[in-house]
Design a binder for this molecule. Structure first.
Ligand SMILES: C[S@@+](CC[C@H](N)C(=O)[O-])C[C@H]1O[C@@H](n2cnc3c(N)ncnc32)[C@H](O)[C@@H]1O
Length: 243
């Protein structure tokens, strides 16, 4: 069970506002390319693919790689821009043993009810030595994400997400070791004004889980800042790489 519903309402908001541009993702492209070897015939799992924009980016970046999406929400799958996208979830992967050469999870780890079970499932489907790339906002790591500047109450939600150490511990029990960790920047919006205009509460788990009054106060802070701030909105999320 995810922290939010990922029903039609959430999925429509996510599809409308959370797809980043290829230019905005250039540092992510470099970071991902450092850890996977995109050779022909390789199979990459995008777990918790959502509306499939990462799977589509990988397909564009790594032409010879087969990208398979697995996503539990029917509403997200219905809006998915990538195929194949199959129904499934992290604690019960619909994939054969040793059938995947790399796995990617973007902003999914905090929705998984049992990290230990998911770690064992990923160990089962990944070939020995294959990398698992986890992109996330981890507990305690809100500082480089602009949303939390305007919605500081949402930090208390983020702080209930798994920490880096908790994820490492759960995955170590299944045989994974950390090979890299660090923040990767991205252009989230061309301007704060554009970010404020596009904001949809349903597209962000931490904003759904604060109070209406807290959300309203944050929108007011964001709009006030947007009227005086120039330049692109650049955020950084973490990339944890395990093998
Ligand atoms: C914030 S969205 C991220 C979507 C996509 N990875 C991205 O970055 O654009 C979180 C996604 O995780 C999915 N999810 C929730 N629980 C999951 C689970 N137990 N296993 C796999 N995916 C899950 C949700 O349905 C949702 O599509």
């Amino acid at each position: 069970m995810a922290r939010i519903a990922y029903d039609n309402w959430d999925a429509a908001a996510f599809a409308a506002t959370r797809h980043l541009t290829d230019e905005g993702l250039s540092a992510w492209r470099e970071a991902v390319t450092r850890h996977i070897d995109p050779r022909p015939g390789m199979r990459l799992l995008d777990l918790g693919s959502g509306t499939g924009h990462w799977a589509e980016s990988f397909t564009g970046w790594f032409a010879a790689v087969e990208v398979v999406g697995v996503e539990p929400s029917e509403a997200m799958r219905a809006r998915c821009v990538h195929q194949p996208m199959v129904a499934g979830e992290a604690t019960r992967l619909p994939l054969a043993d040793d059938s995947v050469d790399a796995a990617w999870m973007s902003t999914v780890i905090h929705h998984i009810p049992d990290l230990g079970v998911a770690a064992r499932e990923l160990r089962r489907v990944l070939r020995p030595g294959a990398p698992l790339l986890i992109r996330s906002a981890f507990a305690g790591r809100h500082q480089a994400i602009s949303l939390f500047r305007y919605f500081p109450e949402a930090v208390r939600v983020l702080d209930t997400y798994p920490s880096v150490a908790e994820v490492e511990t759960a995955f170590a029990a299944a045989g994974f070791e950390t090979v890299a960790f660090g923040a990767v920047p991205q252009v989230t919006a061309t301007s704060l004004r554009a970010a404020a205009a596009a904001l949809r509460r349903e597209a962000h788990t931490p904003l759904q889980l604060i109070t209406d009054a807290e959300y309203a106060a944050g929108v007011a802070r964001l709009r006030a800042a947007a009227s005086t701030t120039t330049g692109a909105v650049v955020d950084a999320l973490d990339l944890l790489v395990l093998r």
